[in-house]
Design a protein around this ligand. Structure first.
Ligand code: ZN
Length: 132
């Protein structure tokens, strides 16, 4: 049996940057916030979790995918972006099932559980960051 789309609770896009591309990441983040109904996560200027580079997270519901992801394909510039589903298996979400926009980076998925709570970062008013 194939897996069902109903497994996907939401998506994340992780936008990676380094000191040279942080300005570009700031611009992209502002553009996203102006155009899409998403939850913008905090800036992580140091590596965190399975991520191999500084990044910020964009969390969004399934219905936003067909507008946001092609838009990111056209507008990511020099930035690498990891788009992954959020199911009950965070390890698989980040290893077998993601897609990359731009240059793929390492993902240190060994720290991710095979089973976990479905991501809850889409709860209302989580990180209600809007560009100034
Ligand atoms: Zn994520």
């Amino acid at each position: 049996m194939p897996r069902s789309l109903s497994e996907i609770a939401s998506f994340h896009a992780h936008v990676y940057y380094d000191p040279q591309t942080r300005g570009e990441a700031e611009r992209l983040r502002a553009w996203i916030g102006e155009r899409f109904s998403v939850t913008l996560g905090r800036w992580h200027d140091a590596k965190i979790g399975p991520h191999d580079q500084a990044m910020f997270q964009v969390a969004f519901v399934v219905d936003v995918f067909p507008a946001l992801v092609p838009w990111l394909m056209l507008n990511h510039g020099a930035l690498s972006i990891l788009v992954h589903p959020n199911t009950a298996n965070p390890h698989r979400d980040h290893t077998a099932n993601p897609l990359w926009i731009g240059r793929p980076l390492a993902v240190h998925a060994e720290i991710l559980p095979e089973e976990g709570a479905v991501d809850s970062t889409l709860l209302p008013n989580t990180n209600p960051v809007k560009p100034a």
